[in-house]
Design a protein around this ligand. Sequence first.
Ligand code: UDP
Ligand code: MG
Length: 320
Amino acid sequence: MAKKISIVVSVYNEELGLHQFYDHTSPILNEMSKKTGWDYEMIFVNDGSRDGSLDILREFAAADDHVAVVNFAANRGHEAAMIAGIDYASGDGVVCMDADLQHPPESIPAIVEKLEAGYDVVSMVRTSRADAGLFKRITSAAFYKVMNAMSGKTKFENNSSDFFAISRRVALVLKNDYRERVRFLRGYVQNVGFKKTTLEFEASARVAGESNYNLKALIKLSLNAICNFSDVPLKMGIYAGVVSIVAALILMIYSIVQYFLGTAPDGYSTLIVVLCFMFGVLFIILGFISEYLAIIFAEVKNRPIYIVDSIITKDGEELK
Ligand code: UDP
Ligand code: MG
């Protein structure tokens, strides 16, 4: 029987770029299929989009039997969307990619070649990112530095992305054994072991629409959540700690100035700075403990990672 590659595409409010994605990717997959003999399926996971994405995906599914849509009952985030696609995928290999063409489908033939050659994990490493400003580059580089410094044996590829491919057996490991609620899929993929390789790609700018990962939006959403459903209050310690340390720094400068002007009472400066700083450190440690507590809380609740509303294929719509 012919081998099959499953392309998992997470979709959240992507109506502006979806046609472009499909029109661009489909011919590449057909071509690949002809050349290599690998069949393919495209699994779009609609992560509770509030725009017209679902209707567009329905069109794709109705016209093309390579397409299946896993339609979520609500937005669950990119991580949940990817694992849902992997759960549903039936291919001998699975490729996860974004719907905004930041992950070039041109790389898929090279990925299939690697899978064919017996690799189980193909990490796609960004060589450059057209979309990212200096801030995103620096924070992203810092993120990987810290992760690698703190995670012991587990290692993370710098500039790795949510663009990767895995063999059937890795997909099964993720499907059966990596069911955490608080998830970091690309980290699991890089650390399951097996035969691993990397390919490079250049991340282009989004074709249309805006990035969904906006810090302000995330903070606002969290603050609105009711305590029972949110662990934000548990994490207040981190913010309090940062504020204390900033206050300590300001007070330190102020006290030094006072000292040189000769207007400070004896010992006051040292006292206030040490007090503020120690409180800052204390709150940060408290905040980190709470962070772990929040993760344990999420795992103990054991709620589903995602909830499927329906599966849409050429044969119609199957309610779950
Ligand atoms: N996405 C998703 N659920 C979300 C947010 C994003 O499925 O809650 C999808 C989105 O449609 C895109 C991918 O995840 O295909 C990456 O999102 P985005 O492009 O906004 O992130 P960035 O590339 O800016 O990191
Ligand atoms: Mg993107």
